[in-house]
Design a protein around this ligand. Structure first.
Ligand SMILES: Nc1nc2c(ncn2[C@@H]2O[C@H](COP(=O)(O)OP(=O)(O)OP(=O)(O)O)[C@@H](O)[C@H]2O)c(=O)[nH]1
Ligand SMILES: O=C(O)[C@H](O)COP(=O)(O)O
Length: 223
């Protein structure tokens, strides 16, 4: 698509994130991992050639500092009301600014590449439309590109991928669903301990990879 597409990265409080990794990683390890993954995602988005910019929405001051460091706009979440409320807030803003579209990405996809982002934006249908990339489990939504920004009701959470398909169809939007296999870096989100296995091998030089290499035994379960 042509026009101004903004990437939007919602970021939960670092201290509360990645609870499902608690069986494998300590609280400090989880916080370090969340931070490294966010750095990788923001660095990749800054390298994309098809985005007008990136917005981080968060209530976490550290995430806000990182957003600034990577040249992203920051929207401070004054009241934390969950992921869907956060992205709906950004959609309203971007619609008011008459941006062409918004691309929502989670902060836990350290393997995402600028080439994947650019390919996704280039393949987006013209007009009122939604493009989706599922998470590698087929259930979550790892990329949601919607134009115009406020055209869709968001349903992030369990089984959000099929829910977003249904909501896009009900809203009469053109729909492009991609295969996770065509976007391996983007589709590989880190939710469960099993998602960490082999991750260091898959990643190019990156903050997350350096973290995994630095912590000897990072991937061993904590006692
Ligand atoms: N701004 C904002 N971002 C959120 C909120 N909840 C989740 N996110 C972000 O949404 C994306 C997907 O979140 P999840 O995969 O559910 O991550 P998580 O909540 O850290 O993981 P668990 O604690 O294991 O459920 C990540 O980028 C989170 O940081 C929220 O209330 N506000
Ligand atoms: O993909 C989604 O809808 C949610 O943002 C996160 O789901 P997950 O926690 O299963 O990745």
């Amino acid at each position: 698509m042509d026009g101004t597409v903004y990437a939007v990265v919602p970021v939960k409080d670092f201290a509360l994130a990645k609870q499902r990794l608690a069986p494998a990683l300590s609280a400090d390890q989880r916080r370090d991992l969340v931070r490294a993954m966010l750095c990788d995602v923001l660095e990749t988005l800054a390298a994309s050639t098809r985005l007008a910019g990136t917005i981080v929405i968060t209530a976490d001051p550290q995430a806000g500092l990182l957003a600034r460091h990577y040249g992203a706009r920051l929207l401070f979440e004054r009241q934390v009301r969950g992921l869907n409320a956060a992205v709906a807030n950004v959609a309203t803003r971007l619609a008011a600014e008459q941006r062409a579209g918004m691309l929502i990405l989670p902060s836990d996809i350290p393997g995402v590449s600028a080439a994947e982002i650019d390919r996704l934006v280039a393949a987006h249908p013209p007009g009122r439309a939604v493009s989706l990339v599922p998470a590698h489990d087929g259930q979550g939504t790892n990329a949601l590109l919607v134009s115009p920004p406020a055209a869709l009701r968001f349903a992030f959470g369990p089984l959000s991928f099929p829910l977003h398909v249904t909501l896009a169809q009900e809203a009469g939007l053109a729909l492009r669903c991609h295969d996770a296999a065509d976007f391996p870096g983007l589709a590989h989100d880190i939710d469960q301990p099993a998602d960490l296995a082999g991750l260091a091998r898959l990643l190019p030089a990156s903050h997350t990879r350096r973290l995994l290499e630095r912590h000897d035994g990072f991937l061993s379960p904590t006692p």
